[in-house]
Design a protein around this ligand. Structure first.
Ligand code: PMP
Length: 297
């Protein structure tokens, strides 16, 4: 916290922390995996770059360089016992002056890690999860900067998540203000139709996921035909395969949307991508070792 390693129970803030009241917080979600050479962080550089860009969009000066933030993530993982963990860097307007204007608040930064198995459960790489199209529309980039991973955006996500869970589903799918599929509350979305993989373009108002980028790279390396393409709700329903991608969720199969079963002939393309993601993150593929930052515990 603010440059020091502190014990879990001491990582506390005041109730009048500005960001807690007005949503001025940006964060990242990163994972460290166990590899044959020890613990390593997957695509740390890209996550830190997005963290800095989120802060820039919100005019937050973090006061640390990308190198310093990366090193702080490595140090936090090193000083915790887990071999595999989720890493959460968070920057927020701190305790000081109340009132909406964030520019008078000092920025606090914390990095926490914890053990977090696949966010959508063990079905996500097996039989798949059940999703619903949310009645909540994804926030529009004219109202909120969707490319900034800001805490405020997750109020929209939380509404969709609660709606999905209370309806008996595992996850929600947002349509955007144009009425086409955008993303999940904490994941990007992909579909396969007739052997062609697609995902909505960044212009659909999505967070540019780092797992999404990883999947796009895999598709190219595996010679899978791929396009950035919008999909309507009915195109999602009639896909051969659908999956979510995200750091917390990994690559998570969707077996059903709004009670419509997805595909009939298995999930051959998703399965290949899940296997490669598992190999790349766990340091079992030389080709992708460039994406791993060792932690040497
Ligand atoms: N969209 C949203 C809204 C998210 O919160 C996330 C998780 N960060 C993603 C997509 C996937 O991003 P990533 O693959 O970088 O975790």
């Amino acid at each position: 916290m603010d440059g020091k390693l502190v014990p879990w129970d001491d990582a506390k803030i005041h109730v009048l922390t500005h960001g807690l009241h007005y949503g001025m917080a940006v964060f990242e979600g990163i994972r460290a995996f166990s590899t044959p050479d020890g613990t390593a962080i997957f695509r740390l550089e890209e996550h830190i770059e997005r963290f800095l860009n989120s802060a820039k969009i919100y005019r937050m000066d973090l006061g640390y360089s990308a190198r310093e933030l990366s090193r702080a993530c490595v140090d936090t993982v090193r000083n915790n016992p887990a071999k595999e963990c989720y890493i959460r860097p968070l920057a927020f307007t701190g305790y000081g002056e109340m009132g909406l204007n964030p520019l008078t608040s000092k920025i606090s930064i914390a990095i926490a890690t914890w053990e977090w198995p696949a966010y959508l459960g063990s079905d996500s790489t097996g039989k798949g999860v059940r999703a619903c199209v949310s009645s909540w529309v994804r926030i529009d980039s004219r109202a909120m900067p969707v490319q900034a991973k800001s805490a405020a955006n997750y109020a929209n996500s939380a509404l969709a998540k609660m709606e999905a869970l209370s309806g008996g589903y595992d996850e929600a799918i947002f349509l955007n203000t144009q009425g086409v599929g955008a993303e999940g509350p904490g994941e990007n979305i992909f579909r396969v139709k007739d052997g062609v993989l697609s995902t909505p373009p960044a212009s659909s108002g999505i967070l540019r996921g780092i797992t999404r980028d990883t999947v796009i790279q895999f598709a190219s390396d595996l010679h899978i035909r791929f396009f950035r393409n919008d999909a309507t709700k009915e195109e999602l329903y009639t896909s051969d395969e659908v999956f979510f991608s995200g750091t917390a969720a990994g690559i998570a199969k969707v077996r059903e949307i709004d009670g419509r079963r997805i595909g009939y002939d298995g999930t051959p393309i998703t399965d290949k991508l899940i296997k490669l993601y598992d190999e790349a993150t766990h340091g079992r593929s030389k080709r992708y070792s460039k994406w791993l930052t060792p932690v040497s515990k």
